[in-house]
Design a protein around this ligand. Structure first.
Ligand code: FAD
Length: 391
């Protein structure tokens, strides 16, 4: 292999470049990214950057030592594949390759309407939104998911009058289920944030959110945090399968032997869960590239993680490991009305997933136990003073 292109300059892109070089790839390496900035980290955007505590989040990478050509502000628009590789059509011209890493991430979903909508995906989005978070400003946030909760946290801390509108019956109902999400409702009130659940937004108009029941919420700035979707139109006609994300096997290889996909845009086959997974979180972007690089270089590797992510909201560290949709029952560890607690999902006596609130030690122990497929005594797990361990 002599010419590898990585498309997408997020964390998964830069980690792919690093992993290829670390594994001894000596050929040409090019990173093409639509954003004008060198790769940067996104989690701080909704936290320290929004709060004004951090200005830059650029990933610390030595591009000269990595011998990687950076094509920033250039977008891939099409892909033609042949037997030994192919050609990537970009705004910088056609680029031939014999190995390709697709790491184009995802873009926020927006709402209908003529009013200005803030989304939060890029550092430019974060800076634009930060300039709106002035004391007394009315900030309406659509979606009480991970991003919505973190933006509400920052906006409330800045003294804004914050309203969060959520279509489901509880925050985080999509990723965690309404029962668990309901335990976060008091966090909003405690921060002085108005939370309106079960409220559907019809459109974003200049200066107001219009709800499906006709109600209007006047706002100086409207933030839409209702999820993301990979922007993969550029793969049309390439022959690669797209189903929510770029479809790969457990080695992160697509249907073409010279093309792999990683990060928020990849829908990979999980050996552990025997299903396709698309995990739009930082840990996937960090670790999947190691496997993708090995696969591209013809080395045996399988991506089979216990998914992990975290969120910092309303002064709490919320962490999750595992995959709870496969579990049979939920066991609380501690009282969810208190400050520190956890929720553990079981199938029989096997721990499948955990959500921790300000219990980082539990998270670390549980993550290892879940990876091992360990069996636990659920009664002991329910006691927050007993360490998590195998039965
Ligand atoms: P991205 O970071 O989206 O990078 C993809 C890059 O590809 C972008 O630069 C894009 O411009 C570029 N691109 C797209 N299309 C093209 C094209 N056609 N041609 C060329 N380039 C293209 N996860 C957690 O676990 N915990 C957190 O607390 C957390 N906080 C977050 C806060 C925010 C505000 C955001 C946005 C995300 C957060 N995440 C968090 C999620 C995590 O940051 C993402 O999962 C991760 O950044 C995904 O990395 P990626 O490289 O796959 O995609």
């Amino acid at each position: 292999m002599e010419r590898v292109i990585v498309v997408g300059g997020g964390l998964a892109g830069v980690r792919s470049v690093e992993a290829l070089r670390a594994k001894g790839y000596e050929g040409e390496l090019t990173l093409v990214s639509a954003e004008p900035h060198p790769p940067y980290d996104r989690p701080p955007l909704s936290k320290a950057v929004l709060m004004g505590d951090q200005e830059e989040t650029t990933v610390d990478a030595d591009w000269t030592a990595l011998r990687c050509r950076l094509l920033l502000g250039e977008r891939a628009g099409g892909l033609r594949l042949g037997e030994e590789g192919g050609t990537l059509a970009t705004t910088a011209g056609d680029l031939p390759f014999d190995g390709l890493v697709i790491a184009t991430g995802a873009t926020p979903i927006t709402l209908p309407g003529d009013g200005p909508q803030h989304v939060l995906r890029t550092i430019d989005d974060a800076r634009r939104l930060r300039s709106q978070l002035r004391e007394g400003a009315r900030i309406a946030i659509v979606g009480a998911g991970w991003i919505g909760a973190e933006v509400a946290t920052a906006a409330a801390a800045k003294g804004c009058a914050v309203t969060v509108v959520e279509a489901a019956d509880a925050p985080l109902a999509g990723p965690l289920g309404a029962e668990l999400g309901a335990h976060t409702v008091p966090w909003y009130a405690e921060a002085g944030v108005e939370l309106r659940t079960g409220a559907k937004v019809a459109s974003v108009e200049p200066g107001a959110l219009v709800l499906a029941d006709g109600d209007r919420i006047a706002a100086d700035a409207i933030v839409v945090g209702i999820g993301v979707r990979p922007d993969l139109g550029w793969l049309a006609g390439s022959g690669l399968e797209v189903d929510g994300g770029v479809v790969t096997d457990e080695t992160l290889r697509t249907g073409h032997p010279r093309v792999v996909a990683v990060g928020d845009c990849a829908s990979w086959w999980s050996r552990r869960y025997r299903r396709r997974m698309l995990v739009e979180h930082w840990d996937t972007a960090l670790n999947a590239p190691d496997v993708a690089a090995a696969t591209l270089l013809g080395r045996p590797a399988v991506y089979d993680p216990v998914p992990y992510f975290w969120s910092e909201q309303f002064g709490r560290m919320v962490q999750y490991a595992g995959h709870h949709p496969i579990a049979e029952r939920l066991v609380y560890r501690g009282d969810p009305t208190e400050r520190r607690w956890a929720a553990c999902w079981f199938t029989g006596d096997r721990l499948e997933a955990i959500l921790t609130v300000d219990r980082p030690r539990d998270l670390v122990q549980a993550r290892r136990l879940i990876a091992e497929g360990a069996r636990l005594d659920a009664a002991a797990v329910a006691d927050p003073d007993t360490p998590l361990r195998k039965a």
